[in-house]
Design a protein. Sequence first.
Length: 593
Amino acid sequence: MTHTFHIPVLGLAYSVDTPLKVAQYGISSVVSIVDDELVERLRAYYSRLNNLGYEEIKKHATDARANRITAYLNLLKDLVEKQVNHIRHSNWLKDEQAVQYFNLLPDGGLKQLFKRWINLEAGREKETLTQSIRAQITPGDIDVNIMSKVDKINYDAKGVMLAEHYSDASAALRGFANSGLHSSMVLSAGMNPRLYSYLAEFPAFMPNSAGKFDKKITLKVSDYRSALIQAKFLAKRGIWISEYRIESGLNCGGHAFATEGFLLGPILEEFKTNKQHIIQEVLPLYQQALTERGIAFNETPELKITVQGGVGTNREHQFLLNYYGVDQVGWGSPFLLVPEATTVDEETLQNLANAQASDFYISDASPLGVPFNNFRKSTAERSRLERIEQGKPGFPCTKKYLVSNNECGEELVCTASRQYQNQKIKELKSAEITGEAYQQAFNKIVEKQCLCEGLATPAYLKYDILKPRERRAVAICPGPNTAYFNKVYTLNEMVDHIYGRINVLKNVERPSFFVNELELYVNHLKTYIQNNVTDLDIKKKKYINKFNAQLLDGIAYYRKLQEQAQQAFGESKASFFEQLRIYEMQLKPLVVE
């Protein structure tokens, strides 16, 4: 592992080609493979850019979704391998990519070897060291992401329902499994038993004759209990989870899956304490499943713990590595401001760079019904408001990745669609509700945003491949941590910031990521109570009190980290503990009898 950070998945388009920008420097990243139309169009773009042959995979061709994904991932693999081979055999002191490669490396390790190599005279020792360094110049991983439950059943051109393995998630899985990549599939957004069972049908996820995996599984989780449940389910089917990627429930970009008040610090502590327990619980189930398949495997596979969500300083980065012993730290939203790493159209990029903290907020914009990190200055939000003002709420539904509602007939529809919103508004008008109650109900209907198109559009704008009549509105889902990064950065600047070589947040007043997450959770609980105050049944009261108790336990846990907090947060230690006291006082009155 060359670097101690990775770039997580960032919406549909924002990291879809990030490997082509950073993998040659040993930086791992995650590509979303939800949108096969997007990856097919980018395959055409990069094929032309690199003078490669391109044959379109038509939308209604047999197994088109899987084949499009396979073809795009193979293109990424081939182009990155070419980039890395160039660096390996170039003049390391003069070639632009090679100089960048060694500049970005963390101090020590390979960078130290390179500095020694520079000072050696030509001869056998230098040649031996050259070969050693060349062997260690390896690309970052090209991982892929599937939201497990975004798994629409599909139909052929004649409207006939296709078999289950042609569903969105299953086809995307197959696309990755059939590719030449040796990397991980990151499963997120909860357990999908059908998809998880389908995983076991692919030999690529089983250990090979050398006891290694051609393709690995990474599970994105927000608490220990659900991680163990999913691990056991997969192990019984012969699938090993090679990495548990812990993500803050609320202090992250994209969809915000709030835990029941479990804060990041206590969650990390539980994983740290129970890492061997996971192996003891899961390994026998896994080995038994392999034995039943006739696969002899008596080793303990590698198991990594990584974390992401709201990290913003080198101190926080090092604290996670040193105290919790995580293998890597994810830095997501800050990289939206690094054009050398992510794909953001120019207008959105400048809006992000000039944004205020109030421009980032948790919304109900997602058609999935899950809280969604939104950006007030996005052109998609502006377009949504303009459509409402024009009396045309909702959007034409063309891609249908997020269809989930059955209130408009037999066919599932998206709650951001014109069809759904028009029907719900008609029902609202016939209900004879007036005044503030009507406006609140109306706003709830029309808040949904078209994410299928909005999250793909930045790539189309950036590379000038937008088709006629396609909307130019861009949706973006940055985490709240983005508010502290207030300019466009070079890749060198961001990586140097992560490693503490510079501080791009100097003179920026920013609470620690633990405190930022705590504030988000306290506000989430207050909002939940406010939204349910007229209908607090026993179940909701239990949820509120459990949530409250977990937050108070988290605060107590952070207080015990006094010495470690000094190491992690330096001069902000006093502020750290004062913030804990403030939120504790806010929580105490929120207990419901």
